[in-house]
Write a protein that binds this ligand. Sequence first.
Ligand SMILES: Cc1cc2nc3c(=O)[nH]c(=O)nc-3n(C[C@H](O)[C@H](O)[C@H](O)COP(=O)(O)OP(=O)(O)OC[C@H]3O[C@@H](n4cnc5c(N)ncnc54)[C@H](O)[C@@H]3O)c2cc1C
Length: 504
Amino acid sequence: MALTLPSRQGAQYLETDVVLVGAGIMSATLALLLSELDPGLKTLVIERRPGPAEESSNPWNNAGTGHAGLCELNYSIEQPDGSVDISKAVKINEQFQVTRQLWAYLIEQGILKDPKAFINPTPHLTFVTGADHVAYMRARWEAMQGNVLFDSMRYSENQSEIAEWSPLLIEGRDPAELVGCSYDATGTDVDFGALTKEYLRITTSRGGEVAYNFEVSDIKPAGAAWLIKGDHTGGGHGIVVKAKKVFIGAGGYALHLLQRAGVPEANGYGLFPISGQFLTTSKRSVVSRHDTKVYGKASVGAPPMSVPHLDARIIAGDKYVLFGPFAGSSPKFLKHGSLFDLPLSLRPHNILPMLEVAKDNLPLVKYLAGQILLPPNKQLEALQQFYPEADLADWTMVQAGQRAQIIKKDEHGHGTLQFGTELVVGAGGTISGLLGASPGASTAAPIMLGLLEKCFPERLDAWRPLLTKIVPTWGKNLVDDPALAASTRTRTAEALGITPPQSR
Ligand SMILES: Cc1cc2nc3c(=O)[nH]c(=O)nc-3n(C[C@H](O)[C@H](O)[C@H](O)COP(=O)(O)OP(=O)(O)OC[C@H]3O[C@@H](n4cnc5c(N)ncnc54)[C@H](O)[C@@H]3O)c2cc1C
């Protein structure tokens, strides 16, 4: 079905090579890569908000963790025999090494000026209490020992040693309490909002275009191209853009747009929204004594990526400590979305999988409902598990970003809830969209390299020399090549001013 051009006088008709919907970290990464690979390629980012990074990529809407599998226990899975499978942690780490190489290249080339504006060294810790959790931590530590990607990690069950790594965890704690803690100095805190803005500034300085305050409401094929309709959010004249390729980096709204575009590959998907809140403080006595990110273990039913953690953050150059996110339930797919997002996303092909997910995940639904109603004393209790001497009077609650987790049919046609990210590609690679939220912004570079392979196969051979200069390990597994892993991590750490690998 062809999109009819608006008959309203003054509606603007534009032509470009690539339209990117949404001005978050994903579109910004792709726009920047395209401008680097082919300065002649015309790109247009269309964003419904007045500026970039106002949804999940905003530093106040995410936790800013440079996810590398160093501290997030949902990537180290306990097996029935008590051993721990770290293959997910290895994969996340490999992906983050790709992201670090892109950033290092941009700094080394002078394209990005100041790494401190978006990345800062921040040790990653995992901290647990109680005999069962400590036993699991020990098994995880054993599984990670000897793996080159985790060779900087240390482990302790000694409160005095842990206090040296992160004093707030131990002060005021019962000295007899059993604790287990891993510590990796190579961890990072990332301001993905600052990075998004910088990427788009660079792209526009090279001729790329960005249209703010336009909401893409329809996408339809037009011969070998696509017509993208953008409505002005202030009621002004709209735009219709003809583009050879479209990338939908619209966060929680990507599925809806893939469905509008009639991409059959998007059929059967549904979304499960999870909202969040952070407790935050800038109190000097707290901020000056906490410079680590500390993750814990999920309680029963908790969505794995929403287990609160105690994070040192640097946002726009200022130091904060954030604790969260506390997960919650809201039918919106974006923070600035609508209460009708969830009901309007229902289609005949996804209603059943979505109902199955609700039925199969009752502990999660119960957990989310409980979290919204969590009284302040329970929030304090959660915070004090990490920071026993915390005083709620020092903390303020802020709304975090909205996650839209993927619901997908499994091989038996049964709906399952996924916690990863998925690139949906249709129409021979001319249209694509990104679904899901985890591990998220940290993996923007490898996801966009994967997109280039799927959506620009005709250009890949010409781009390969520059791509391998940008990411020298592209297509290789560092874990299989310890010398390459060490040299890559050291080089990127030097370029980015973060902590290089350290022998224990
Ligand atoms: C609470 C929370 C904590 C997180 N913590 C981390 C973390 O510690 N580390 C990490 O790496 N990742 C984290 N993430 C995930 C990460 O934030 C996201 O994966 C990432 O920001 C997604 O980027 P994006 O560009 O796809 O989406 P977004 O940043 O959400 O951008 C999408 C953009 O599309 C625009 N848009 C939507 N619909 C339309 C339309 N129809 N027309 C025009 N524009 C449209 C939106 O306004 C928005 O600007 C977290 C996320 C949340 C919510």
